[in-house]
Design a protein around this ligand. Structure first.
Ligand code: PHE
Length: 358
């Protein structure tokens, strides 16, 4: 029988040196496992005579107990250390703010869209969208702007290269083509607003080649000019958050509405500062009118049975007015300093109940 004291010392030293739970388990198997060194020695006891066997058996058992106790103690120590390490690695500083200050800002265009959608949503309008690349029919002809109509010149249209069949697609010059698409695809009654991008080949202090509009359309059997006025006056009050904002309907002309009007709101420019809702000046903010019977007919909606109204407004313009943004072109500069100044905290969703603006 080999020197048990030496074996014990060797195994205990190895246990002390095991530096991970895996290494310790490996050691346990190699010493006490089915083919471990101590186990093999136990098996050898059978060949000894009874007295020797008892003495050797006791001595071996003592080694086995000592080693297994040492392993158990080491296991506890290593497990504690592993837990400590995991806790340290997963440490959460509960004194940090739960939600750090949001870094990004919503562009005023997005905010204005959300506000307008909240207001008209409350009035029962749903949001509709359409393609930025349109055909001539939806952008012009169906809106009662036939090919020779002078309004086509006013639209400064961006045309795409001619297709094989001679058709030229275009970038929509207003959101009104979505009116046409909505009437073609949905039976009245209809109550939609259409936020979106629009394009005109025009670029100066007050025009950018791409800008945004919101279109509104109601088609049913009863809506009349009085409803149009009530709806838009209510919108102006809600949007500018001024209860008695003066609103004026000024006769105007659009090929797709009859009668047509432009809406002005009262303002003051005293001292060079624009103030909405006070004073004796007027600012134009949108175009509107009763849907022209020819437009209804172009969409196979019976003008004898149905009628309705439409309106359209420029988003940059009404955002500039509400938020005092002086220069249109800065909307598209992608300047972080501008965005930090004029932008909006995300997650502050505008609602009429809680207020449109944070
Ligand atoms: N489409 C018109 C424009 O871009 C705005 C408008 C829409 C006017 C609907 C009346 C009715 O100028």
């Amino acid at each position: 029988m080999e020197n048990l004291d030496a074996l014990r010392e060797e195994l205990l030293a190895a246990v002390g040196g095991a530096d991970s739970l895996d290494a310790l388990e490996e050691l346990r198997v190699s010493a006490l496992g089915r083919k471990g060194r101590v186990t093999e020695l136990m098996k050898g006891l059978g060949g000894l005579d009874p007295d020797e066997r008892r003495a050797a058996g006791q001595a071996l058992n003592a080694v086995k107990t000592a080693v297994s106790d040492a392993i158990e103690a080491r296991h506890a120590g290593l497990a504690d250390a592993a837990l400590d390490a995991a806790l340290a690695a997963d440490r959460v500083d509960i004194t940090l703010p739960v939600r750090p200050e949001a870094e990004g800002r919503l562009h005023p265009i997005s905010q204005t869209f959300d506000e307008i959608i909240a207001i008209f949503g409350e009035m029962g309008f749903s949001v509709a969208e359409g393609p930025d690349i349109e055909d001539d029919f939806h952008n012009f002809t169906a809106l009662n702007i036939p090919p020779e109509h002078p309004a086509r010149q006013m639209h400064d249209t961006f045309y795409l290269p001619e297709k094989d069949d001679g058709e030229r697609m275009l970038l929509r010059t207003h959101t009104s083509p979505v009116q046409i698409r909505a009437m073609q695809s949905t039976e009245p009654p209809l109550r939609i607003i259409v936020p979106g991008r629009t394009y005109r080949c025009d670029s100066d202090m007050t025009h950018t080649p791409m800008f945004h509009q919101v279109e509104g359309l109601i088609v049913d059997e009863t809506s009349h000019m009085g409803h149009l006025k009530g709806c838009l006056i209510e919108f102006c009050r809600a949007y500018f958050e001024v209860d008695d904002v003066p609103v004026r309907f000024r006769p105007s002309y659009f090929p797709f509405t009859e009668p047509s009007a432009e809406v002005d709101i009262g303002c003051s420019r005293a001292g060079g500062e624009l103030k909405i809702g006070a004073g004796d000046d007027w600012l134009e903010i949108l175009g509107c009118g009763m849907v022209h019977p020819k437009v209804l007919a172009a969409c196979n909606v019976d003008p004898e049975k149905y009628q309705g109204f439409a309106f359209g407004m420029g988003i940059e313009r009404i955002a500039m007015l509400k938020y005092g943004i002086p220069d249109l072109r800065t909307f598209f500069d992608a300047d972080m300093r501008w965005l930090r100044h004029y932008g909006f905290v995300p997650l502050e969703v505008p609602t009429l109940l809680r207020g449109l603006t944070p």
